[in-house]
Design a protein around this ligand. Structure first.
Ligand SMILES: NC(=O)c1ccc[n+]([C@@H]2O[C@H](COP(=O)([O-])OP(=O)(O)OC[C@H]3O[C@@H](n4cnc5c(N)ncnc54)[C@H](O)[C@@H]3O)[C@@H](O)[C@H]2O)c1
Length: 289
């Protein structure tokens, strides 16, 4: 567990969920971690955990939807550590709803964070990597939703298809700089973002998901972190332009990966909680200055 000693990783949205899992895994492998996030409390909590693992962490206030903020964050990371070896474009949000009434603001936020934000993150990190001349590894977090969608998830899916395709172009583009670029398509992973899909332990949604998932459980951030570690380490050197699904086999299981319609009460409660979180986060998301 030391394949990344001396490396520096820049992980957007590492203040929660999958990003935090990736930060802790790469720290355990020896990397120091830069944490650009709009949620400074979450980012500080991740930084504390990284420090407890004996690595250094730098919390950066940055909105991936802002060119200026993410450029500054990548520069600050290099100024602090003198290098930037691994970048993970992980920050993302979910805006769901019917095409009949999704607001243009929700659509634009979805595109700004999940699509433009990935472009701006990869651009800022790749510019630093190319300038430093040490090569690099870039991983973008797409989704199983790049392959499957629903009547409410189509906007989210549109961004994730875009990410899966962009990495193929960037792999071509950045190969001469010895930078690899890959995407991961997680299935349902237990994080605050996916609370409505993952359900609660022992609840009806979770039980239905476990039944439909061939490996028989919901995904954890650590599952995705292991694949990022592969892509960022020596074993991943020959992988570039790939989109790898990690979903416990859910993609090909019978039925949709939406919650069981029988669990309506639980679903409404969890979506209510998600809506509250979204309202709390919205002012941070709207700060692009
Ligand atoms: N959880 C799942 O089931 C699942 C499945 C497939 C893909 N994904 C993708 O994985 C990524 C991480 O999701 P998660 O489930 O860990 O979500 P999460 O909500 O737990 O964490 C997202 C993190 O990103 C940060 N963030 C949001 N918008 C930001 C912005 N504009 N600038 C900077 N930081 C921002 C949040 O503050 C938070 O710390 C997302 O891209 C998501 O689409 C998640």
């Amino acid at each position: 567990m030391s394949q990344l000693i001396g490396k520096v990783a820049f992980i957007t949205g590492a203040g929660s969920g999958i990003g935090r899992g990736i930060a802790l895994r790469l720290a355990r492998e020896g990397a120091d971690i830069c944490i650009p996030d709009i949620d400074q409390d979450g980012a500080r909590m991740t930084a504390d955990l990284v420090t407890q693992l004996g690595r250094q962490a730098l919390v950066l206030k940055a909105n991936v939807a802002s060119h200026m903020q993410i450029q500054t964050a990548a520069r600050d990371c290099v100024n602090r550590f003198g290098r930037l070896d691994i970048a993970v474009a992980n920050a993302g949000i979910g805006r769901s709803g019917s095409v009949l009434d999704m607001s243009p603001k929700d659509w634009q936020d979805q595109i700004d964070v999940n699509l433009t934000g990935v472009f701006l993150t990869v651009q800022a990190a790749a510019q630093q990597m190319a300038r430093l001349g040490n090569g690099g590894r870039i991983v973008c977090i797409s989704s199983l939703a790049a392959l499957n969608t629903s009547g409410t998830m189509w906007a989210y899916s549109a961004t994730k298809v875009g990410v899966a395709m962009m990495v193929r172009g960037w792999a071509q583009d950045l190969g001469p700089h010895r930078i690899t670029v890959n995407a991961i398509g997680p299935g349902v992973i237990e994080t605050p973002l996916a609370a409505g899909l993952a359900g609660e332990p022992l609840g009806a949604i979770r039980s239905s998901l476990e039944t439909r998932t061939p490996v028989g459980r919901v995904g954890q951030p650590d599952d995705i972190a292991g694949l990022v570690n592969f892509m960022a380490g020596p074993d991943g050197a020959f992988m570039s332009g790939s989109y790898v699904v990690m979903d416990g086999g859910l993609r090909d299981s019978r039925g949709s990966w939406e919650p069981d319609p029988k669990a309506v009460e639980e679903q409404q409660r969890l979506f209510g909680r998600a809506a509250e979180r979204q309202m709390k986060m919205q002012p941070l998301l709207d700060d692009r200055g």
